[in-house]
Write a protein that binds this ligand. Sequence first.
Ligand SMILES: Nc1ncnc2c1ncn2[C@@H]1O[C@H](COP(=O)(O)OP(=O)(O)OP(=O)(O)O)[C@@H](O)[C@H]1O
Ligand SMILES: CC(=O)N[C@H]1[C@@H]2OC[C@@H](O2)[C@@H](O)[C@@H]1O[C@H](C)C(=O)O
Length: 389
Amino acid sequence: MRVIGLMSGTSYDAVEAAAADLTLDGDTLRLRPLGHLSVPYPDDLRNLIAAALPPATTTARTMCALDTGIGQTFATAAERALSELCADAADLVVSHGQTLYHWVENGTVQGTLQLGQPAWIAQRTGLPVISDLRSKDVAAGGQGAPLVSMTDTLLLGVLPGTPAALNLGGIANITVVAPGTAPLAFDIGPGNALLDTAVRHFTGGAEQYDVDGRRAGAGRPDAGLLRLLLSDPYYRRPAPKSTGKEHFHLPYLQHVLVRARGLDTDDVLATLTRLTAVTVADACRAHRVTELVVSGGGTRNRTLMEMITEELPDVPLRPSDDLGLPSEAKEALAFTVLGFLTFHGLPGALPSGTGARHAALLGSITPGRFPLRLPQPAPRPPRGLRIVV
Ligand SMILES: Nc1ncnc2c1ncn2[C@@H]1O[C@H](COP(=O)(O)OP(=O)(O)OP(=O)(O)O)[C@@H](O)[C@H]1O
Ligand SMILES: CC(=O)N[C@H]1[C@@H]2OC[C@@H](O2)[C@@H](O)[C@@H]1O[C@H](C)C(=O)O
């Protein structure tokens, strides 16, 4: 079946759309990528999201406006993917939506809210839409994240040693596939979240991120500030665990920086970049990772990639593109996999990754123009993912 995946991550810059043809062939799920594209949020909507994110307070009216505006932007991305990537023929849209709040208390996820009303997507494309993919896992006692772990696990299973997939988005997450044990997945901590926040703060909003890691590359990490940042108990919490910008936001950064007065901006950025590198390396060492497959916007930050290599001299790094999944489209493609699984009656969550009591069948389905027709449930889940180029 032909599936369009839509994703906007914690950096909330744009909606990524990817399309793929998926078929289940015995134990193997075959995925043929059809391309991907990106639709930036209109400036006013992006500002509205920024103003509503924690620790800000907001109103029900704003939440309604966000649900509508995000849904409409996702619908535009779906329409464009349908015509530009799918020659106007697809079977399903899978929409992650935009996370507005991931409610974690003492390590337990109480709820998670992704906005982007799927009715707009169904209305404009005429296709059925699967949305709200995290809530069933949360209701089963899981973290509801990271959900890419299913795709990662199916993909990495063929590699030797203990491979891991690392995504460097706003939040960095990892999936570790060690032989003979259940795969592990968790959010490591901030990938670009604190870095982006610091750049915006120090430039008064003139710059959005540290382009190519140039500023951090010109600075020097400060040992005291790094120690302070690393003292956050989140890093010591065992998996399963997830986090977000509810925790790693501007007031969090300001609170830490008060104790590091007098540091040059580039030194702060170098320290934040080193924080991501050190926490990634700690996660890899703790799980004896032998190879890292990397994706996400952070892979474009040369200083970050150099620092990760320095921290992990014995672990080769390669982009997910090497395995057939373009780095910037990996998450959107992972959601095509999740939609395919739900449509075929198969669980998309990995309890060993999310900590759920059982593997949940994910998502809510909004019908398209025609009555909903689900295929015959698949007899068993796939054991591997083959990318067909
Ligand atoms: N050329 C670049 N140099 C440095 N950093 C970059 C570059 N391009 C992108 N980035 C970083 O990547 C971020 C976007 O990454 P990405 O789109 O993978 O995150 P996301 O999907 O929103 O987050 P998450 O995976 O946590 O949901 C930007 O905010 C920026 O920090
Ligand atoms: C609640 C939420 O939106 N979590 C995101 C976020 O961004 C990265 C990390 O934190 C990850 O756990 C998750 O997204 C990816 C796509 C996931 O679920 O695998």
